[in-house]
Design a protein around this ligand. Structure first.
Ligand code: AP5
Length: 225
């Protein structure tokens, strides 16, 4: 990706936001900032914030705007964010979008583009039920489309020479919770599509193809590559 970019990545659960944000951020020397990852880290660490968020996340509901804004404010305030970032999973409702505008105005880093990952809902269920991740290094797999070379253990280089960790399934990737997450997306987050289209920031990327093809389209849409 050429030049410094401040990007927001939107799309329903399982659209591939985390997958693409990691690839594009690595390639472009940008920060990937995922509120889902920050919240899961807080839950795993057993912090007070994590304890507050855990039940809500397990039910597939949105954590309070106040909590996530606190996380985002802290993360965007770190020096590496000034070099460019991809926000994955924030904002998720209109109130969060307004809070983000105010925060980025303070930081002097207005959004360059909002990339919407557009996907046939029928594909999402299989992606989410098939997702597995490494509890140690965070690498994400899919038993259907991107299995680990080591079966149910992580194949990342960082575990070379030791017994690699067993992969785990996210607690909110249970079928009943997935259904609720998709409902919450339609009700709370979908309205942001018009919000950003009206501001001339929205770029739409077809997200059902292979990972590499989606990345190429993403780079074109977001103004690089
Ligand atoms: P979050 O972690 O943000 O979850 P999400 O938005 O539901 O998105 P996912 O992480 O499930 O999917 P993804 O689009 O990143 O897909 P991925 O790349 O992993 O949020 C979790 C929870 O935290 C929320 O429910 C809420 O409680 C809370 N939260 C977070 N942010 C919040 C906020 N701002 N406000 C309030 N609450 C908040 O891909 C999925 C699978 O598909 C993987 O297995 C992957 O390998 C595979 N895959 C990816 N791309 C492809 C492809 N092109 N082809 C085939 N397979 C693919």
């Amino acid at each position: 990706m050429s030049g410094r970019r401040y990007l927001v990545l939107m799309g329903p659960p399982g659209a591939g936001k985390g997958t693409q944000a990691s690839r594009i951020a690595e390639e472009g020397g940008m920060c990937k900032i995922s509120t889902g990852d920050l919240l899961r880290e807080a839950v795993a660490a057993g912090t007070e914030l994590g304890r507050k968020a855990e039940k809500t996340m397990k039910a597939g509901e949105l954590v309070s705007d106040e909590i996530v804004l606190g996380l985002i404010r802290e993360r965007l305030g770190r020096p590496d964010a000034a070099a460019g970032f991809i926000l994955d999973g924030y904002p998720r409702n209109v109130a969060q979008a307004e809070a983000l505008d105010a925060l980025l105005a303070e930081l002097g880093q207005p959004i360059d583009a909002v990339v919407l990952m557009d996907i046939d809902p029928a594909v999402l269920f299989k992606r989410l039920t098939g997702r597995r991740s490494c509890p140690s290094c965070g690498k994400v797999f899919n038993i259907y489309s991107a299995p680990s070379e080591k079966g149910d253990r992580c194949d990342a280089e960082v575990h070379a020479g030791i017994e690699a960790p067993m992969l785990v399934q996210r607690k909110d990737d249970r079928e009943d919770v997935i259904e609720n997450r998709l409902r919450v997306y339609e009700r709370e987050t979908r309205p942001l599509v018009d919000h950003y289209r009206d501001r001339g920031l929205l770029r739409v990327v077809k997200a059902d193809g292979p990972v590499e093809r989606v990345s190429a389209e993403f780079l074109r849409a977001a103004g690089g590559g």
